[in-house]
Ligand binder design. Structure first.
Ligand code: NAD
Length: 291
């Protein structure tokens, strides 16, 4: 396929490289990054979108997505697919898709999970919102860039799935870390705590797969000085998106709100920025009930 790829950062660059390596004709554009491995470079977003069957965007946020969409929608051929894989607010995803569909394009929001490792290995999970026709057309590309793609329904539902998942992830990581810190103070060895919880009803992905305690459970960022991994900054971004979405539909999300406040404090007022999101454990170790 003729693919345009806009946003060749930590995630976009390896995703574009995997498409090119699989034989697709990839033209890339990024304000800062060089051309995609195996592909060529356009001189503007509009040029990267012109005469492409699929245009993929992998951008930092909804405002940037809206600006890029305004430049590319008119440059794309009717029937082409505008595939946004960024994590953005549901409202921006729906607005951009509506503009694209209004001029005869197919539009999908398909944020990912799996991080830079998954992008590089081609093992991402895509959660997609948009039409069946759009989903079917880009499925062969999902198969190259990822291991799984779930069609979640109409436009915006991919973003909805992503922020609901990450709201669970953020809140679960916090409670896993606070439980380890409590166990420490109660004199319970971390390994014993893991042995019990990982096979009991408190088990979770954050305990069993991504354990925040160094030297316990499978290898994780905790074993590497809390280098990300998945950074606190991105966790905070996704938690804020969850609260923005919750406010927009009047959903009561007290734990999501509390998790957002905890990561906000950690990133903006403490030393959390740039660390893995599981570094909540050393944070709780140092705290008492009145800190
Ligand atoms: P990044 O900052 O590394 O890459 C974004 C790229 O977009 C940059 O290279 C930047 O130069 C480019 N860009 C910004 N404005 C542009 C414009 N107007 N035109 C063209 N290019 C422009 O970010 P990333 O880590 O690659 O993340 C991209 C998206 O994927 C984000 O929405 C993020 O939330 C999401 N995501 C990231 C991860 C992760 O682990 N990094 C995991 C899942 C989802």
């Amino acid at each position: 396929m003729k693919v345009g790829f806009i946003g060749l950062g930590n995630m976009g660059a390896p995703m574009a490289a995997n498409l090119a390596a699989a034989g697709h004709d990839v033209v890339g554009f990024d304000l800062a990054a060089p051309s995609p491995d195996g592909g060529s470079t356009a001189s503007s977003v509009a040029e990267a979108a012109h005469a492409r069957e699929v245009v993929i965007t992998m951008l930092p946020d909804g405002a940037i997505l809206r600006a890029v969409a305004a430049d590319i929608i008119g440059a794309m051929d009717k029937g082409a697919v505008f595939l946004d894989c960024s994590t953005v607010d549901v409202e921006s995803a729906r607005a951009v898709a509506a503009d694209a569909v209004a001029v005869g394009l197919l539009a999908l929001d398909a944020p990912v999970s799996g991080g830079v490792g998954g992008a590089t290995a081609g093992t991402l999970t895509f959660m997609a919102g948009g039409s069946d026709a759009g989903f079917d057309k880009v499925s062969p590309l999902f198969d190259i860039m990822g291991q799984k793609a779930v069609h979640c329904g109409a436009s915006g539902n991919g973003q909805a799935a992503k922020i609901c998942n990450n709201m669970i992830l953020g809140a679960t990581m916090i409670v896993t870390c606070e439980a380890f810190a409590l166990a420490d103070k109660l004199g319970l060895e971390r390994q014993k705590m893991f042995d019990v919880v990982s096979t009991s009803s408190g088990y979770s992905w954050t305990m069993n797969v991504y354990c925040p305690a160094p030297g316990v459970g499978p290898n994780s960022p905790a074993d590497n000085g809390y280098e990300p991994g998945f950074s606190t900054d991105l966790m905070l971004k996704d938690l804020r998106l969850s609260q923005q979405a919750a406010a927009g539909v009047d959903a009561d999300t007290p734990l999501g709100q509390a998790a957002t406040a905890q990561y906000e404090k950690f990133v903006e007022r403490e030393d959390g920025r740039g660390r893995d999101f599981s570094a909540m454990l050393p944070r709780f170790e140092k705290r008492g009930r009145s800190s």
